[in-house]
Every structure is written in C-alpha cells, then in structure tokens.
Design a protein around this ligand. Structure first.
Ligand code: PMP
Length: 285
C-alpha cells in the first residue's frame, strides 16, 4: 500500500515527502513532536496530545502554526489516506528552514510541519504484553529539559540500541542518585511489595506521558494508591510488578530488569488489569 505524508501544506506520496537540508529540525533538532495512538481509525487522547504539543512549542518559543481544529483535520486526513485502523500518527513541528546559524532566524522562518502515520502489528504487541518484556538500565545522560518532547532523541536511540543488543526491548534511564527516571520511549512504573503503584513525578526529569496521566485517572477510579516519587533500581529489582506506559504500547508489563526476574517472571495482575482497562479512560474520537 502506498503511504502518504503531510509536508508543509501538502499531502505527498512517501517518495516525495522531503524536507530541506537546512531545516533546523534536521540540523539542530530544533523541533518538537507528538505520537498519538490510532484505534479503530480514531485518534486516542488528541486533546491531551495537542495540549502537550502546545506546552512543548511554548518551551522552545514557537507557536502552533495553524489552529488546533485545522491540525486535527490534517491528522485525520493522514490517518485516512494511509487507511490506518490500528497504528499511530506522528506530528512534528520545527522552526523551519534557514541559513545554518544557532540564533533563531530573523525574520522568523515558516515553521516546518510534518505528519506521517503507520499501522501497528497488533498481534506482535499483544504477544509481548502476554509474556511481558525485558528492560535494561543505562545511565541517564540526557539534557535537563526532557519534559519538552523534542526530536533530539540521540540518547534515547543509543539507549534503545543497547537494550536490543542485550536482548531486551526497552532501556530504563537511571539518574545520578540511582533512581529510575523513565524508559527510552515510555514512562516507568513499579508495584511495591505492599501493592502501591509508584512512578516518578512529572517534573523536568521525565516526559509527562499522556498514557501516564490517563492511567493515573484509571487507577484512582479503582481506589488504588499511587506514590509519585523516584524509585531506585534496587527497589525495581525487588518489586512485585513493573510496567511501562506509552501511547504506542499503552500499558506493557515488564518481567525482567537487567536479567533479574521481577515477581514470578510473568505479567503481574495489576499491569494486566490496567492494560485491559486503559482505553475505557482514554478519550477516543
Ligand atoms: N517518555 C519518553 C522519553 C517518551 O518518548 C514517551 C513516548 N512518547 C513517553 C515517556 C510516554 O509518553 P506518552 O504516554 O505520551 O506516549
């Protein structure tokens, strides 16, 4: 099936979907992005993703280059043209094309806007969720503003590659105090021996995941307690359950960390229940 992308105002077949060599997103990672799950052809949590997009844009001193309504139309059009039922839509907005210079271009360049979409292999993701995934820890060597969803993902790519080379699916970043910050592309959670869900506070040291936020509501609705605090790698090794959350995987059980078995080595009951329940709490439409 041929694929289409939206690039700066036009819907283009993939081979023609190109940006300029002096695009600041390409040269400086001067761009931010969002990834939204598509479920039964519908966007999941569009409102929350666009809210976060606006926060990221504000942090890098860019404005939304079109209305939220217009952006919603573009996202849906790319999903429709690519005939996505289950998958994801990717949106990137950057400071545009200008002569290579760190300072912002004057006058401002037209922002670059790119939207792509692709289907998921649902069977593969569900199979992973049924067995649980392995993660490995790596030092968190990222910059101090990872709450901004910037396309500067080199540390994340290196971390993910390390994980893959060690036979794991995800990497968990560890800060200087030995606490887990988050995954290379997901938020990290544990369930303690006394049944409390623990995840780090969404400050500048992690990306405030949309899935994380929705899960908070789901968990509260079930009357469970969440502790929003850092947890150490040692604590994670000894946890009853571990899990990660992201828009592309929703809730994914973790059964091994650095080769150590978590719980009984199978997806935990809480992670499994939260995965099953997740979309009841998401906004779909
Ligand atoms: N942390 C990082 C570093 C990520 O890349 C992602 C995925 N975008 C997340 C957390 C999870 O965020 P969300 O639930 O919004 O997908």
């Amino acid at each position: 099936m041929s694929r289409y992308a939206y690039v700066n105002g036009r819907y283009l077949p993939f081979p023609d979907a190109k940006v300029h060599v002096e695009d600041r997103g390409y040269q400086f990672a001067d761009a931010v992005y969002e990834v939204c799950e598509v479920r039964a052809g519908q966007l999941v949590d569009e409102r929350r993703h666009l809210d976060r997009l606006e926060r990221s844009l504000k942090a890098i001193r860019l404005r939304l280059p079109m209305s939220r309504a217009a952006l919603g139309v573009v996202l849906r059009e790319v999903v429709a043209r690519n005939r996505i039922r289950f998958g994801m839509v990717y949106l990137q907005i950057g400071r545009g094309v200008a002569r290579r210079d760190l300072a912002f271009p004057v006058p401002a360049a037209a922002p670059s806007v790119v939207v792509t979409a692709r289907p998921f292999n649902r069977a593969r993701i569900d199979a992973s969720a049924a067995t649980g995934i392995a993660v490995v820890s790596v030092p968190d060597n990222r910059w101090g503003r990872v709450d901004i969803k910037s396309v500067g993902l080199l540390p994340n790519a290196l971390a993910r590659q390390t994980a893959i080379e060690q036979g794991a699916r995800e990497a968990w970043f560890i800060d200087k105090s030995g606490a887990v910050t988050e995954g290379a592309s997901a938020n990290a959670w544990i369930v303690t021996a006394d049944g409390k869900l623990v995840t780090r506070r969404a400050d500048h040291t992690i990306l405030g995941g949309i899935t994380r936020g929705v899960l908070f509501e789901a968990v509260k609705a079930q009357g469970l307690t969440i502790e929003e605090r850092p947890f150490t790698l040692e604590e994670a090794y000894a946890a009853r359950e571990a899990l990660i959350t992201s828009a592309t995987q929703s809730v994914m059980p973790v059964v091994r960390i650095d080769g150590r078995v978590i719980g009984n080595g199978k997806p935990g009951p809480l992670a499994t229940a939260l995965r099953r329940e997740f979309h009841r709490f998401a906004e779909i439409g």
